[in-house]
Design a protein around this ligand. Structure first.
Ligand code: BES
Ligand code: MN
Ligand code: ZN
Length: 503
């Protein structure tokens, strides 16, 4: 999909289809009024005759509207003007994308970016428009022998903005939205692949390819390297699988070497059967998505590279397959993590924290500015927060605040949970420094409490994306979250660098 920005009056746009909004009841938006004037009241006549109310999700496609340059006009219902906010704006863009797709046109010019959306500026409106539109065009048909090609696929979306001061920020926002959308598509493609294709080795190959495309540094550690480093918690998870584990490090350098990096760590369990603590059979296929954290951090570094952000960013991906087998770790096994702390593996299905803890120790060597890990870590997070917000826990309130702000700005929302010392008690073990589970109560927090024992040396935040990384049911598929949240966080950090010394 190609996106671009244009300024100019709606009635003068030469385009296959011009898209304007209608509020309920039967009220033309500003852009629609301009079209109406040029068309001598054609649109207001239609509304008066009851052809469209303006309800959310409704559309009306018109051909040969007199007095205007566009070949077609698409009216999109926006609902009541007083109710119109961020959610409705996003819905209107999605409705438009679908309608244009079905209309079979190859191009559309949207005036919706000119709508008033609470206090959101043109940057927000354009970024969101690109992301939502890209979202509705995403298809994953790589594994189908016959692809369902649209007759005349929509190729180009143009966003029409006010000519005044909005053109430059809109163009900048367009690039940002596109970089995020490209990152999200990249994440979705990786996450939607089945476990027999997307193995740790495959992820490592994709990281190499990504690095080559964007001029990034990449390093892949194998089992022997990890053994030497003492990553026995991570290696214990890999033991039941025939797939060798990998440890992926990708670096993007947008600043001088001495600038401390932002480190993103992503859980890369390419399939989580639970291991010897085997999961129940229902929906177990969805555990191919247990590498969503990994995919999201690789996707975010891709977006950072596309945007040439003035930051140093490192993506770290510990990746394994969690399988039962003759060599698999047993419940009760005790391992020594890279940090030297010992762990009693009471449940082999709490494997995410075992691979993450060694990664979190490894990243100390980067002297990070901050570390954010992203993981489909606990079923408890789905119970607590559902599929709406991601869980956020942090050992630093400033970092948590920045991530919450980014989550609001991106509409890829997160909610903070308390990481209090009191929860540590649940991790006590009679035989090792800690157990890897903390019982049924507060499962998301005790998982983070476990990780916090390995993050004492830097500012750290943890995103539990178990409920938000993919959708189940008939729309089963990766959501691309939290790539937008993370990229918005990086964009804000990059903006804060402005005024500091040049790289
Ligand atoms: N990958 C799962 C978490 C998960 C489950 C994410 C369902 C999304 C949907 C994780 O490895 C896991 O199995 N966690 C266990 C931890 C428990 C054994 C303490 C869980 O949540 O049941
Ligand atoms: Mn598990
Ligand atoms: Zn898992």
């Amino acid at each position: 999909m190609e996106f671009s920005i244009k300024s100019g009056s709606p009635e003068k746009q030469r385009t296959a289809c011009i898209v304007v909004g209608v509020h309920e009841p039967r009220k033309l938006s500003l852009a629609a009024e301009l079209l109406d004037k040029a068309a001598d009241g054609y649109l207001s006549d239609l509304l008066r005759r009851g052809d469209m109310e303006g309800k959310v999700g409704s559309t009306l496609l018109l051909h040969k509207v007199p007095g205007i340059e566009a070949e077609r006009v698409l009216l999109v219902g926006l609902g009541k003007e007083t109710d119109f906010g961020e959610k409705e704006y996003r819905a209107a863009i999605a409705t438009t994308a679908r309608a244009l797709h079905h209309a079979g046109g190859t191009e559309g010019t949207l005036c919706l970016t000119g709508l008033t959306v609470s206090t959101r500026d043109i940057i927000w409106r354009v970024r969101q428009a690109v992301m939502v539109a890209a979202e509705s065009f995403y298809r994953f048909d790589r594994m189908k022998s016959k692809k369902d090609e649209a007759r005349r696929p929509l190729r180009k979306l143009i966003f029409s903005v006010a000519p005044s001061g909005e053109l430059a920020p809109a163009k900048q926002a367009l690039q940002e939205g596109q970089a995020i959308a490209t990152g999200m598509d990249f994440m979705k493609d990786l996450a939607n692949l089945p476990g027999n294709i997307c193995t740790p080795t495959y992820l490592a190959d994709q990281a190499r390819k990504l690095a080559k495309e964007h001029g990034l540094k990449v390093e892949i550690l194998g089992r022997a390297d990890m053994d030497k480093l003492g990553m026995h918690a991570l290696l214990a998870v890999a033991k039941g699988s025939h797939q060798p584990p990998k440890f992926i490090v990708v670096r993007y350098s947008g600043r001088k070497k001495t600038d401390k990096p932002i480190v993103l760590v992503g859980k890369g369990v390419t399939f989580d059967s639970g291991g010897i603590s085997l999961k129940p059979g229902a929906e177990m296929d969805e555990m191919k998505y247990d590498m969503s954290g990994a995919a999201s951090v690789l996707a975010t570094i891709k977006a950072a590279a596309l945007l040439k952000l003035p930051l140093n960013v490192i993506a770290v991906v510990p990746t394994v397959e969690n399988m039962p087998g003759g060599g698999a770790a047993r419940p009760g096994d005790i391992v020594t993590s890279m940090s030297g702390q010992t762990i009693e593996i009471l449940n082999t299905d709490a494997e995410g924290r075992l691979i993450l803890c060694d990664a979190l120790t490894y990243v100390e060597r980067f002297d990070p500015d901050c570390v954010i890990d992203v993981a489909t870590l606990t079923g408890a997070c789905v119970i607590a927060l559902g599929h709406v917000v991601s869980g956020l826990l942090a050992n630093d309130e400033g970092l948590a605040r920045e991530l919450l702000d980014a989550s609001q700005a991106s509409w890829d929302r997160a909610w903070q949970m308390p990481l209090l010392e009191d929860y540590q008690e649940q991790l006590k073990s009679n035989f090792a420094d800690m157990g890897n589970i903390g019982g049924r109560a507060a499962g998301t927090i005790t998982a983070a409490a476990f990780l916090s024992r390995f993050t004492k040396k830097y500012e750290w935040a943890h995103l539990d994306i178990a409920g938000t990384a993919w959708k189940s049911g008939k729309d089963k598929g990766s959501t691309g979250r939290p790539v937008s949240l993370l990229t918005h966080f990086l964009l804000a950090r990059a903006a804060a660098k402005v005024g500091e010394a040049a790289p």
